[in-house]
Design a protein. Structure first.
Length: 88
């Protein structure tokens, strides 16, 4: 399933009376993306840091599948272990 199909499936679940709110949010999001692509950053983001570009990753939240989560947890399991030799 493509991302576009996943998005459409989620949109289909939204009650009709909430679609205007979704449209407004999407419009703001796409405007922000277009401004960043064009090198125009609106005032709140502009003042966050003068040395680093602003990268909003909120759109990635909730996109992991259960398999992605399992793979991530298995690959990072070693970071939960404490190497006692380092702390003696």
């Amino acid at each position: 399933m493509t991302f576009k199909q996943l998005i459409q499936a989620e949109i289909d679940k939204i009650p009709e009376e909430e679609l205007n709110n979704l449209y407004q949010w999407i419009k703001e999001f796409t405007d922000k993306i277009n401004h960043v692509k064009n090198g125009i950053i609106s005032s709140p983001e502009k003042h966050l840091s003068n040395s680093y570009p602003y990268h909003d990753l909120d759109y990635l939240a909730g996109t992991w599948s259960e398999e992605d989560e399992i793979e991530f947890l298995l690959n990072t399991k070693q970071f939960n272990e404490i190497d006692q030799k380092l702390w003696l």
